[in-house]
Design a protein around this ligand. Structure first.
Ligand code: RP5
Length: 160
């Protein structure tokens, strides 16, 4: 099974990132978590991304706030798919991080989820792995079915 990398720019992002970690745990995915910053530890961030494919990563989730260049800096050095989570950690309520993460120049894609959208980042990473992993694909289908069932139960309750 390919691993999923989770990188955050600061330990202050961990509260949000835990949402992604919990989701990956629920699916039994293999993952690694690191604190690497595009600005404060550029060498380590670059080394991680340069070696990501050879180290068995199938997707990389990058969470950062403020001038959130982490996902783009990681994507610059690898063709392993990169998913960016803009973190709400400034007086601009995450809009700064959203724009910094999503506005990539042509040629270097980053799949950006919502501000603090850690759960969807994890699910998207799993969907990427599921392209070539039937077990993960089945778990994702089961999860969707459970979600639908829960909503329909609530629907029945209000209809009664
Ligand atoms: C970003 O700046 C981090 O990703 C974090 O969201 C924000 C604040 O970092 P700290 O000053 O709390 O370390 O680089």
């Amino acid at each position: 099974m390919k691993k999923i990398g989770i990188i955050m720019g600061s330990d202050s992002d961990l509260g949000v990132v835990e949402g992604a970690i919990d989701t990956l745990k629920k699916f039994g995915a293999e993952y690694e978590v690191h604190i690497y910053s595009a600005h404060r530890t550029p060498v380590e961030a670059s080394e991680f991304s340069k070696n990501a494919r050879k180290n068995g990563f199938g997707a990389i989730i990058c969470a950062a706030g403020k001038a959130a260049h982490l996902a783009g800096a990681i994507a610059a050095n690898t063709t392993v798919p990169v998913i960016g989570i803009p973190i709400k950690s400034s007086t601009l309520d995450g809009l700064d991080a959203l724009l910094s993460t999503v506005q990539m120049p042509g040629g270097i894609p980053v799949a950006t989820v919502a501000i603090d959208g850690a759960k969807n980042a994890a699910l998207l990473a799993l969907e990427i792995l599921a392209v070539s992993d039937e077990k993960i694909a089945q778990k994702l289908d089961d999860d969707r079915a459970e979600n639908s069932k829960a909503v329909l139960e609530k629907n029945r309750a209000v209809e009664e």
